[in-house]
Each structure stands twice: as C-alpha cells, then as structure tokens.
Design a protein around this ligand. Structure first.
Ligand code: SF4
Ligand code: FES
Length: 217
C-alpha cells in the first residue's frame, strides 16, 4: 500500500491514507477465551478520517464534532521503544515482554490461564503454544512472547485497521492497527512502527494516542 500512514491531527481526527482496509470487529467471549465476530461493513476509501474525540455522530468517522467539544488531543505517550519500556517476564521455556499498554480486550485469557501463568509454566508444550497465542493475539501489542534466544514472536499481519466494539462491557473499544502501519504524531514525528497497536477513539485515554482502556469506565 503506497503512502500508507495514519496521521494524527492536533485536537482532531486520525487521517488515514494509502487505502488501508477498514473493518469492524466485535469482541465476544467463547468460554474462557475471547474471539472476534465481524461487525458491520464499513466503506473503503483511499483516504478517510477516524474520530478520536469520541463525540462524532458518524463514528467511526470524524464529523467535525471535536471542534464544538473543545477536544484536547494532546499526545502524552512515551516515545521510548517497546523493548525499552517493556518488562521481561521470565518463564520456564519462553519469556514475555509486557509494556502495560492495555486496551482491556482480554485476548490474553485462555482456557488454561492467562498469558502470565502460561509463560511461567511454558515448559509444558500445550502451555507454550497457548502462551504464544495469548501474547500474540493481544491487539495492543502489550504482550510479546520471546524465545530463550531472544527472538520476538509476532503473528504475520497484513496492514489493516479494525474498529473494535465491546458490547459485553457495554463499551466501544479502540482502533486496532495491524501490520506495521506508520503512525505520525501531530508534531510530524513517527512513532515506533509496530505490528500491533490500539489507538484511542473515546478521547479519554491518558496515554494518547494509544488506548489505555479508559473507554471501560
Ligand atoms: S490489551 Fe492485551 S494485555 Fe490487555 S487485555 Fe487485551 S489482550 Fe490482554
Ligand atoms: S475527532 Fe472529529 S468528531 Fe471526533
């Protein structure tokens, strides 16, 4: 995708360029795990603007409501690299990085426990596989399984943007950004390119532009 980018505007929307596919995903529990259902079909375009103030009446798109709402979109997220920010959690056969940047999407929970417990007991083959799934399916990229040789295990994603909905919590969720799409701050500085990230779209995050699960409140 040529010129693929998400550009943050000062106190305004995300401008998406490069014809990045857009879809809606509904978070749903399935036993002790979580899965996605497809949501409504969203229009596809070369360029579109996504609301980040939470006030649009045409969500997920911006309708200009941020101006009347006096939205303060100041970006406060640390510019440090993921591997610098994240804590390394050691397990028996695998380790895991955790930077605490959680969107409360809950994909870190599996039948046999959560990602932290599974990593701890990753000498058991089933736990090892489940730990990789639990860490890799974290849409925020908070969790990443790491081999004992130090290689980060990432799922293969094509560039895509997914609008997350969380009806079981009676909330919207953030904007899942997959596949290393460049994200540029309002000041014109690129954030670290990541395979997985969730952007705030309720306007309440204290770690803008990233989701910090404030939508749950
Ligand atoms: S963002 Fe990651 S760590 Fe947070 S609840 Fe979702 S899957 Fe778990
Ligand atoms: S950012 Fe424009 S309406 Fe929300």
């Amino acid at each position: 995708m040529k010129n693929m980018k998400i550009r943050i505007t000062a106190d305004g929307p995300y401008i998406v360029t490069g014809g990045i596919p857009l879809s809606e995903k509904i978070i749903k529990s399935a036993g002790n795990c979580y899965v996605y259902d497809d949501g409504v079909e969203l229009p596809q375009a070369e360029t579109y603007s996504l609301c980040r103030c939470g006030k649009s009446k045409n969500a997920p798109f911006c309708d200009g409501s941020h101006r009347a709402a006096g939205f303060d979109g100041e970006e406060t997220a640390s510019p440090a690299l993921y591997t610098e920010r994240a804590e390394l959690i050691r397990g028996q056969a695998l380790d895991m990085l955790d930077d605490g940047r959680c969107a409360f999407a809950r994909f870190c929970h599996r039948d046999k426990g959560d990602a932290w417990e599974l990593i701890k007991h990753s000498d058991i083959p089933h736990n090892r596989e489940e730990a990789i799934t639990a860490a890799s399916e974290c849409p925020a990229g908070r969790l990443t399984a790491v081999t004992k040789a130090g290689a980060l295990i990432e799922p293969a994603y094509e560039p895509a943007i997914e609008i997350l909905q969380d009806p079981e919590r009676g909330a919207i969720c953030g904007i899942s950004v997959k596949g290393n799409i460049p994200i540029e701050s309002a000041a014109g500085v690129l954030y670290e390119k990541r395979n997985r990230a969730v952007l705030c779209r309720c306007g309440k995050s204290e770690n803008k532009p990233f989701c910090d699960a404030s939508h749950i409140d």
